[in-house]
Design a protein around this ligand. Structure first.
Ligand SMILES: Cc1cc2nc3c(=O)[nH]c(=O)nc-3n(C[C@H](O)[C@H](O)[C@H](O)COP(=O)(O)O)c2cc1C
Length: 378
């Protein structure tokens, strides 16, 4: 099936390889300019390093797409060349329904990665999100590491902040500044209660956030998207978010990158490692989250991310009602190898999607959603 173990272990093997072009290890004293002293940038640097060097895939949980099968059509009655993968998301056309999910920024190497990711999105007509811009709200010096419009003038570009920061001093005006800082088309607010809870000094007051998200939706001229970071959105949360006025939800479900595993690797003391380690299998598998949210908020555009690893996964997500898919970890690892490796990775995903569409007789993404195309396995 689409999310087979082979792709995963291949991805893991790449992650374990020490040959990443962008070195993220702490710079020895006296070599080059001092690293940013800011705690946020240091944390993001650690996150990036761990994602590149460790296996941070959730354990004992999958993205859930293996529970489905697309209906093969031996007589698809169309030519492969006719398959059109284009979709419109948040008012912008994507040549293929794929977003390079929100990941990084805040220091020089992250800025270099953002530019590689953004240039690939521009070349292939995809969407892209930056990592959380909180650090750049605090100190303008890091803003350039998020700015990619010069290499990606036409892409759907998504700004990013942690929703919980709205309880820790970030205002709707700050949200507007984050969007303007990078010329974004939309703002993504991420929800990550588990990550905050398992990291030392995390921001764990999530009370009253729906009301604050609603205030951001009202204040901004651009659409607001809310996403998880790898544990999925429940139908209850989806309804709360729809009521708050969000323009779309990215379910970012379980089955791929696990942020409790990332925090486990970052934890300095055994107790924190044990606490985080128990959550390796936590969350709502992406396919499940997508299906439940599709039913809960039938009119809201949904993005499906979290553990998607092939174009067949993407095709199944679209068949389940997503407007587009998102992928983070594997694209980061490819970009860290080289711009060419990233381009190749993206071409493979898009070609897999096109062939899945062809072999289901779907000339367009809309046709991929026709009834009966996706069967749930017993
Ligand atoms: C290195 C790295 C940094 C990330 N930083 C952010 C972030 O700042 N904001 C955010 O919304 N999600 C962030 N994410 C989460 C991803 O956007 C995505 O939801 C998650 O990794 C699941 O997708 P995957 O299984 O394809 O990696 C990050 C992911 C990675 C790998």
């Amino acid at each position: 099936m689409g999310n087979g173990a082979d792709e995963r272990s291949g991805d893991r093997a790449e992650a374990a390889r020490p040959s990443n072009r962008h070195s993220l290890r702490a710079r020895p004293a006296g070599e080059g300019p001092p690293l940013l002293p800011d705690a946020g940038a240091t944390r993001k640097r650690e996150h990036l390093r761990i994602n590149l060097e460790e296996d941070v895939t959730g354990r004992g949980i999958t993205n859930g797409f293996e529970r489905y099968r697309l209906a093969h059509q031996a007589l698809p009655e169309l030519a492969l060349d006719q398959v059109d993968t284009a979709v419109t998301l948040l008012g912008k056309r994507l040549a293929a329904p794929l977003i390079i999910s929100s990941m990084t920024g805040g220091f020089a190497e992250a800025g270099a990665l953002n530019r590689v990711l953004a240039a690939a999105a521009q070349a292939l007509g995809l969407g892209i999100g930056t990592g959380s811009q909180r650090v750049a709200l605090a100190g303008a010096a890091t803003a350039t590491s998020f700015q990619v419009r010069d290499v990606a003038p036409d892409v759907l570009l998504l700004a990013n902040l942690g929703a919980v920061q709205l309880n820790y001093g970030v205002t709707p005006d700050d949200c507007r500044r984050a969007v303007e800082m990078i010329g974004a088309d939309a703002l993504v607010l991420h929800l990550n209660p588990l990550q905050e809870a398992v990291q030392p000094g995390g921001n764990t007051d999530f009370s009253g956030l729906a009301r604050r998200i609603a205030a951001v939706c009202r204040a901004l001229a651009v659409p607001v998207v809310v996403k998880e970071v790898g544990w999925g959105i429940s139908p209850e949360t989806a309804r709360l978010l729809a009521d708050a006025g969000v323009a779309a939800i990215d379910v970012a479900g379980a089955g791929g990158t696990s942020w409790s595993e990332v925090e486990k690797h970052r934890a300095a003391i055994p107790r924190a490692q044990r606490v985080a380690g128990a959550f390796a299998g936590w969350g709502i598998p992406t396919a499940e989250s997508l299906r439940l949210c599709r039913a809960a908020v039938p009119h809201l555009p949904l993005i499906s991310s979290g553990g998607l690893r092939t174009g067949i996964d993407i095709a199944m997500a679209l068949a389940l009602g997503a407007t587009a898919a998102g992928i983070a970890g594997p694209l980061l690892r490819a970009a860290a190898r080289s711009a060419e490796a990233l381009h190749e990775e993206l071409l493979v995903l898009i070609e897999q999607l096109r062939i899945a569409m062809f072999c289901t007789g779907s000339g367009t993404v809309a046709e991929l959603r026709r009834p009966g195309i996706l069967a749930a396995l017993p």
